[in-house]
Design a binder for this molecule. Structure first.
Ligand SMILES: Cc1cc2nc3c(=O)[nH]c(=O)nc-3n(C[C@H](O)[C@H](O)[C@H](O)COP(=O)(O)OP(=O)(O)OC[C@H]3O[C@@H](n4cnc5c(N)ncnc54)[C@H](O)[C@@H]3O)c2cc1C
Length: 383
């Protein structure tokens, strides 16, 4: 019997495996992919805070470029800064492999081309069936992405709502008027609470759209609106993103569900790298506590920690429901007032000046106040 089986070698599973292997526990990481991290399903944006606060120092081998923050662009082209905190465009396959390699260096075993087909409870742990065989372990970490078999097999899933993200990669010279220093998030009623993006990535750029929409059609239309010739794309990337996952718990004695598998992505923007590495790290630490104390129920602390964290703040879901009802006129009007500024520029003086010539915006006062709290939360924990 192994100490732990981690199902899924994405960033969430990799972080859990690192914590387990570093504490000397016999850990197996399994992934159905032939090569960890490939094919990529990501726009590859992550904040510096997200990495560093989880003990990851940015490394040249997977950093494509540094960005100076992110801008929100309204349908009329007016924009404001969502954040001026630094972040990175990374190379996800190299990043995922680097995280997993850290666990392997500490003694974990990596099994690729290995698909888990069932997870069942034993008296003293769990049986994980894969490739016609099985492995028993005292702890299982379900890090198997948005369709999580582990969460379903453990009987934790009440409902799963996903959205679709679709993107093309281009060479930088094929994207007109590229802002080389910032991630751009284009909002519009057309994306129904989702958005379209332009993420510079060194010599390449990821351009796409996501939300409860037809991501392919939206990406094509978005590229055309920017004057990008889609025939020049060098790669097509698509995948689903957890939107609203309802799990009875993220943990059972000896089992934890992390990252996308637990729906731990930011509903405002779909970002899941930072939430994933945080949840993987915390689940790994709780699993270490359980194995060290020979008390499987110590894993249950993971559910409490995650639910109390900014990543699962109910405000995020309240806010995205409001945003889905916003018209282009409303978004244009707000962006007009904030054009070129940071959202932090909103103060009583600015609010009174705006209300003097747009009194109809007063009806949205509660949304504005809550949006400011949301932006504050997302600046650090949303990407
Ligand atoms: C198009 C797109 C763009 C995105 N852009 C961004 C972005 O810019 N920034 C950001 O922060 N987030 C972004 N995301 C979200 C981000 O990619 C995910 O949140 C992140 O990958 C979650 O990591 P994870 O380790 O939880 O899951 P994953 O990375 O999905 O890893 C799960 C792993 O489990 C394996 N697996 C699944 N089932 C089994 C099984 N039965 N047996 C064995 N192995 C299995 C899979 O092969 C996979 O390797 C984007 C997502 C998409 C689709």
């Amino acid at each position: 019997m192994f100490d732990a089986v981690v199902v899924g070698a994405g960033p969430s599973g990799g972080m859990a495996a690192r914590a387990l292997a570093a504490s000397g526990f016999q850990t197996v990481i399994v992934d159905k992919k032939k090569v960890v991290g490939e094919p990529v399903q990501c726009a590859e944006g992550v904040s510096e805070f997200g990495l560093v606060s989880n003990g990851i120092q940015p490394r040249d081998e997977w950093i494509m470029q540094r960005v100076r923050g992110a801008k929100c662009v309204a349908p009329n082209g007016n924009w404001f800064y969502i954040t001026r905190l630094a972040g990175f465009a990374i190379d996800r396959p190299s990043f995922d492999r680097w995280i997993v390699q850290g666990a392997v260096d500490d003694g974990a075993i990596l099994r690729t081309s290995t698909r888990v087909t069932s997870v069942t409870r034993l008296d003293d742990g769990w049986r994980v069936s894969m490739n016609g065989d099985h492995t028993d372990a005292r702890v299982v970490i379900g890090a198997d992405g948005p369709a999580s078999l582990v969460a379903r097999q453990a009987g934790l899933v009440r409902s799963l709502e996903k959205s679709i993200a679709y993107e093309y990669r281009f060479r930088s010279e094929d994207v007109p008027n590229l802002d080389p220093d910032f991630f751009l998030l284009h909002v519009s009623r057309a994306y129904d609470g989702g958005y379209a993006w332009v993420f510079p990535r060194g010599e390449t750029v990821n351009v796409g759209a996501g939300g409860p929409i037809d991501g392919h059609a939206a990406t094509l239309a978005f590229c055309r609106s920017l004057g990008i010739d889609v025939a020049k794309r060098t790669q097509t990337i698509a995948g689903s993103i957890p939107y609203r996952y309802d799990l009875t718990s993220l943990a059972l004695p000896g089992l934890a569900i992390v990252g996308d598998a637990g729906g731990i992505t930011n509903p405002m923007n779909g970002a899941g790298i930072h939430p994933g590495i945080f949840s993987g790290r915390i689940a790994g630490e709780c699993a270490v506590a359980a194995l060290s104390s020979e008390d499987p129920s110590a894993v249950l602390a993971y559910d409490r920690i995650l639910r109390a964290s900014p990543f699962l703040d109910p405000l995020l879901w309240w806010m995205i429901d409001r945003v889905r009802g916003w018209s282009d006129r409303f978004m244009n009007s707000v962006a007009e007032e904030l054009h070129g500024l940071e959202w932090r520029a909103v103060n009583v003086r600015l609010a009174l000046r705006v209300l003097a010539h747009k009194p109809w915006l007063a009806a949205h006062a509660r949304d504005f106040l809550r949006m400011i709290r949301t932006l504050e939360l997302c600046e650090r924990y949303g990407w």
